[in-house]
Design a protein around this ligand. Structure first.
Ligand SMILES: Nc1ncnc2c1ncn2[C@@H]1O[C@H](COP(=O)(O)OP(=O)(O)OP(=O)(O)O)[C@@H](O)[C@H]1O
Ligand SMILES: [Mg+2]
Length: 349
């Protein structure tokens, strides 16, 4: 299967069609009726990894009126009443979760920073690993990549460097950062020579697993050796998916890579969830894309979606998470809701 033949997507997303538009139709250009939907689930659906834990019937109980109709969430499913995470009772061992999608600009870095900050707010110790030579997660937390003396590159490539020497505290309580810069691009090439090259990140993280409750890895937009290292070091994956027309393209390639890593390198690896990002509920196509993702991935799609807002680009400029930049914004609430869902599926602390 290649990226253009993800079952069920080829008919609807063949690239030659126009986006369904939210604009009112003009008399000169009437909008064609939507094409017949092909709702066949993916061939490899049964073989695909299941989430770590399903939401219980209790979690799915209606929010207010137990007998009334359940409110539908943005994914078109009844919105569960997500449990508030209890305060942590201990620290570690960490759940290691990779934010992974080889498609660029889908919200991996934004999700790493803001989910990390939202989990840190619950009192859990969180480490963010910038595993992208672009250094976006570092920049998003106010760290200038070119000023770094040590980065994740040194940790991977120099045996005498320990994680503690590279990790920095951030301005957010309970949130630490393992920063990266362009040096990391050299690791992609240099690691090829290493013995057990796919396990390099796992090996260097091992000593700090007891020190954190959650470690989030911000992957680069590629399925190269660095990303394979991230998947090998993780027990969960969150797949941010932009709610737009071409979002499903490439998902087959991603699930294929995940399957290979599970078979050959890391049988513990599971998809924690798929996260709709940059969602604009006013447009038909955003809702259709989300609908399609739910058809294909069922309960692995998070109930929480992240809506499109200019607040996120603003947070990058100020170098802090949305939870501190605009703590009472709906964008911050969405990431706090996501934190509840992630902690319900991957209990930590
Ligand atoms: N919900 C959102 N609403 C509006 N803009 C967003 C949203 N989420 C992310 N963005 C913006 O979209 C751009 C891409 O986001 P981000 O850097 O998180 O994606 P990415 O998947 O990490 O990209 P890359 O593949 O290049 O690493 C950024 O400018 C970010 O501020
Ligand atoms: Mg990024």
């Amino acid at each position: 299967m290649n990226e253009s033949t993800f079952p069920g997507t080829e008919q609807q997303f063949n690239g030659s069609e126009q986006y369904p538009s939210s604009e009112p139709p003009t008399p000169a250009q009437p909008i064609a009726p939507p094409p017949q939907r092909n709702l066949t689930p993916p061939e490899n659906y049964a073989a695909m990894p299941r989430p770590t834990a399903k939401l219980t019937a209790e979690d799915l109980a209606p929010v207010s009126d137990p007998s009334g109709p359940r409110k539908l969430g943005p994914t078109g499913r009844p919105m569960p009443d997500l449990p508030e995470p209890l305060p942590p009772t201990k620290t570690g061992p960490a759940q290691v979760i990779a934010m992974c999608n080889q498609k660029g600009g889908v919200g991996k870095t934004t999700t790493t920073i803001n989910l990390g900050a939202a989990i840190a707010e619950t009192g859990r110790k969180v480490l963010l690993i910038d595993f992208d030579p672009q250094g976006s997660a570092s920049i998003g937390l106010g760290v200038q990549p070119h000023d770094l003396e040590l980065s994740v590159y040194n940790l991977l490539m120099q045996r005498d460097i320990t994680a503690g020497e590279v990790i920095q505290a951030t301005n957010v309580p309970n949130l630490d950062l393992l920063p990266a810069n362009i040096d990391l691009s050299a690791a992609e090439v240099q690691l090829v020579q290493e013995v057990a090259r796919e396990y390099t990140l796992q090996r260097v993280l091992e000593p700090i697993i007891p020190n954190y409750d959650v470690i989030l890895i911000d992957c680069a937009p590629s399925l190269g050796l660095l990303t394979v290292n991230a998947l090998t070091a993780s027990n969960g994956i969150v797949v941010p998916l932009e709610c737009e027309f071409f979002a499903l393209r490439g998902l087959a390639m991603l699930t294929d890579t995940i399957g290979k890593v599970q078979d050959r390198l890391n049988p513990k690896l599971e998809i924690v969830g798929i996260l709709g990002t940059m969602f604009d509920g006013r447009t038909t196509h955003a809702r259709e894309v989300l609908d399609r993702v739910v058809q294909a991935f069922d309960e692995r799609v998070f109930h929480t979606v992240i809506r499109r807002t200019v607040k996120f680009p603003e947070t990058t400029v100020v170098g802090e998470p949305i939870t501190t930049y605009a703590p009472s914004s709906s964008a911050a609430t969405q990431y706090r809701d996501l934190a509840k869902e992630v902690l319900a599926r991957c209990p930590a602390g």
